[in-house]
Ligand binder design. Sequence first.
Ligand SMILES: [Zn+2]
Length: 434
Amino acid sequence: MSGRANHFVLFGAISACAAALLCLSTTVGNTADPESTGSVTASNFPLASDVRLAGDDKQTRFIVDLDQKFPLRAFALADPYRVVVDLPQINFRLPIGSGATGRGLIKAFRYGLVMPGGSRIVLDLTGPAKIEKAYVLDAANGQPPRMVIELEAVDRTTFVQSLGAESRPELRPAVGVVEASAAPNVAAPRAIEAAKPDARPVVVIDPGHGGVDNGTQAGGNGIAEKNLVLDFAVALRDRIEKAGKYRVVMTRTDDTFIALADRVKIARAQSASLFVSIHADALPRSEGDAEGATIYTLSDKASDAEAERLAEAENKADAIGGVNLTEEPTDVADILIDLAQRETRTFSNRFARQLMGEMKGTARMHKHPLKSAGFKVLKAPDVPSVLLELGYVSNKGDLKQLVSESWRTKTVGSVAKAIDSFLAKRLVSASAPN
Ligand SMILES: [Zn+2]
């Protein structure tokens, strides 16, 4: 488990969500259920069938076997040191376990879809390195076409100087692929798609993580948080839609990476009445055991150390996806201190209490089920937002429930009920004379 230790150091925080994700990051594309990931496994995309690492801690080569050539774009990022390789959408069929460990300059790597039409490989580096070459070779001498990334160790100063415009955070497919979806706000088309002339209040359901970001991972059995929470979110959507009172917009319905800010944007663009982010937590073994569901709201100051740890872990999603959004304008963060936020917070807290009231009848709850911290995904200043951690994948009892159909049905029912009582009350107070 040395990889695990490395990953803790990498992100500085003993954040179970991020750490578990990194040390067991290899199952993207391996365990993904083809039924639920749909286009991800479509056969018309280029296929990546094998991966090899060669070299030492001075020079390292990363080689992927392909079935065809395509353009790629590779760039390095600092803090933590990593190399991001943007590709057209790839059908990853790499051997199970690929990426869990590295060699030479590469500590570990992960891969997956970051948007329709675009896949990404993120190489976690052991230290500063420059991309000497990045190219795709033709098939030759009985070998298939191969993608090769050549890395060379450099000192930090050289590394920082080499970070050019290429390293600027951008989320777009590799050159020349799917021009239509290359717009900066990748999430918008989905949101618009779902928008019909419809006066019903909108509930945004946000399954956490996705694509290259697995979220937490349960033990060795490869159940990724991103899949657990997507299943839950889809069931919740179906339940609410069946009742017909509210319109549901999902931030993702497949195994795609969505940046945190884009999730917030969807809620705001839809003028949502409520935003519910769905997650599952994990504690590193060294931190003991914890169980039960927890409901988080936004606050400037974390309610306790565990809430702080979790917010830090969840807020790492963008870095895990390979993008560093710290240079993004922080308009939402500024508005956070605005008085306008207060009302939204009152409503968020009210919903959190209602949700706890409904859930405690059907689900195991954490011993302190209501907490708050600085979650980026809860920062829509005008949309009441909560983040629901369904339980701990690191806890046997919780995990058993999280994968159980009957538990999901019951719990989805209680969440839907809480949403209904929250929105029904808001509708009444909105239409009542002042
Ligand atoms: Zn999560």
